[in-house]
Design a protein around this ligand. Structure first.
Ligand code: 5AD
Ligand code: SF4
Length: 474
């Protein structure tokens, strides 16, 4: 069956479940682990559930379906999932709650085996390649009262036209490609998300146009390796249709930049090895593309980078940063760093600190290396002892925090353009928005500023957010 017909079939299942659920006032609770791609997948699951007649609840004890969208990039997500499942057992026994688990972790055989053995009360297990079939799986569980395991081990396909329920009204994520072909030696993603495949330019552009007409202001383009958008298609001669001049990541940025009423464009994550000059030019040229670029470093040491299969050296990374800073005025950078990759010595770790000192990142996402079954990193013999990993992590964290504090000082007293996203999570009397460089700014103001881009004067800094004030109208 082609993907269009598969989606059509799922629409029929949505209607069937909706009929069964009529007048029942059923609720669902969803817990999402991991990256923004997973968040975007969860928005699709929410879309399907809401069309099937369920409404969202934040309280698992109120729910008729508890859904987990899992991540397996690092070990701690596994512990969290198993903890949550243990908590749900009682609810399952008391009220027959349906429990479904999907996402990356379900593509790992040892995990699904553990779930079947230790948590036999789970109703549905589905993987990354069968997310679109959730309505069919749910229908089977309800009608036939049996356990469903729906996991495929394939390269993956692109499904268009699934319902979606977005979590924000201001900013929207748009997945432009799935999968990854890079096989960094620490990373499980290529094994659980399959090979790289890009969405058709027309589908992306039309989605962004629709978002614009629905009032969205910020678009976040998502993919495991966004700057190789359409590259595999070109290399392998897989057919794609050029639309509005889009035939690469650079031209995609340009086309989205032209869409009226979109004000900001971000993207995650690019790979440094694929950061071509045409992309740099478009970032510089397109006024809507935010000048904060996420550029994952992973390690600052050339030998470790080679072992990680990252395909760039310390110098190449620094040269790329230099080139980008020269060509893109006001550029700031954020990054991902892993400490304690197998074989990393204290001296090699110092190179990571050196790059951090030199680049002065706006934000650093720091990770302790976590062994992932099935990856080359897991088979390496020279694993770094836990306490050394933690020591390095603490050292990196101290450096990053001192840099962030110093960097935040630079904002104080300046006027920043802030896109207001809503009420502050921690203080309902305040509003919260973000600068172009993705810094959270909290300020007092009337609710009709939500969704608007306004000028704010930064009055103080607080490590993870800035405080702003509305400028007096003179
Ligand atoms: N251990 C620790 N961090 C990892 N990441 C990916 N795999 C691992 C792992 N096995 C980090 C990388 C990546 C981010 C999303 O997660 O830094 O960029
Ligand atoms: Fe993992 Fe590397 Fe692919 Fe990113 S580029 S998803 S780190 S394998």
């Amino acid at each position: 069956m082609n993907t269009k017909n598969e989606v059509k079939l799922q629409q029929e299942y949505i209607e069937k479940v909706k009929k069964i659920n009529k007048n029942k006032n059923l609720k669902y609770n969803i817990l999402t682990f991991g990256c923004q791609l997973n968040e975007n997948d969860s928005e699709k699951l929410c879309g399907m559930l809401e069309e099937m007649g369920y409404t969202k609840t934040e309280k698992p004890e109120e729910a008729d379906i508890a859904l987990f969208n899992t991540c397996c990039v690092r070990e701690n997500a596994e512990d969290k999932l198993f903890g949550k499942l243990g908590e749900l057992k009682r609810l399952k026994e008391q009220k027959g709650l349906i429990i479904a688990i999907g996402g990356c972790m379900m593509q790992e055989k040892h995990i699904t085996n553990k779930i079947k053995e230790s948590y036999p009360f789970v109703d549905i297990i589905f993987g990354t390649h069968t997310l679109h079939k959730f309505p069919e799986d749910l229908h089977k569980t309800i009608e036939e009262k049996r356990k469903i395991e729906d996991i495929l081990d394939i390269d993956g396909k692109v499904y268009e036209g699934l319902p979606i329920r977005r979590s924000s009204k201001t900013k929207a994520s748009v997945t432009i490609m799935n999968g990854c072909n890079n096989f960094c030696s620490y990373c499980i993603v290529p094994y659980v998300r399959g090979r790289e495949r890009s969405r058709q330019p027309r589908d992306i552009i039309n989605e962004v146009r629709e978002l614009a007409s629905n009032g969205y202001k910020e678009i976040i383009l998502l993919g495991q390796n966004v700057n190789s958008y359409l590259r595999v298609e070109k290399e392998k001669g897989i057919e794609f249709e050029e639309y509005e001049g889009v035939n690469s990541f650079a031209t995609l940025l340009r086309a989205i930049n032209k869409i009226d009423s979109i004000e900001r464009i971000r993207f995650v994550s690019p790979h440094p090895k694929d950061f071509t000059d045409d992309v740099i030019e478009q970032i510089a040229d397109c006024e809507k593309v935010c000048k904060l670029i996420h550029l994952p470093l992973q390690s600052g040491n050339t030998k470790v980078l080679k072992e990680m299969n990252r395909k760039y050296t310390k110098e190449q990374y620094l040269n790329l940063v230099e080139k980008m800073k020269n060509k893109i005025p006001n550029l700031t950078l954020s990054t991902d760093i892993i400490v304690g990759f197998p074989g990393e010595t204290d001296e090699e770790f110092e190179d990571t600190l050196d790059v951090v000192r030199k680049v002065k990142f706006e934000q650093v996402y720091m990770f302790i290396y976590s062994r992932r079954v099935g990856t080359p990193g897991d088979k390496m013999e020279n694993q770094v002892p836990e306490e050394i990993k933690h020591k390095r992590f603490d050292k990196l964290k101290a450096l990053v925090e001192s840099q962030i504090e110093e960097n935040n000082q630079k904002y104080v007293g300046t006027i920043q353009k802030v896109l207001v996203e809503g009420e502050s999570k921690n203080n309902k009397n305040m509003l919260s928005g973000r600068t172009d460089s993705n810094k959270v700014v909290i300020f007092e103001g009337s609710k009709d500023l939500i969704d608007k881009t306004i000028d704010l004067k930064i009055v103080s800094e607080h490590m993870w957010y800035l405080k702003g004030e509305l400028e007096e109208i003179k």
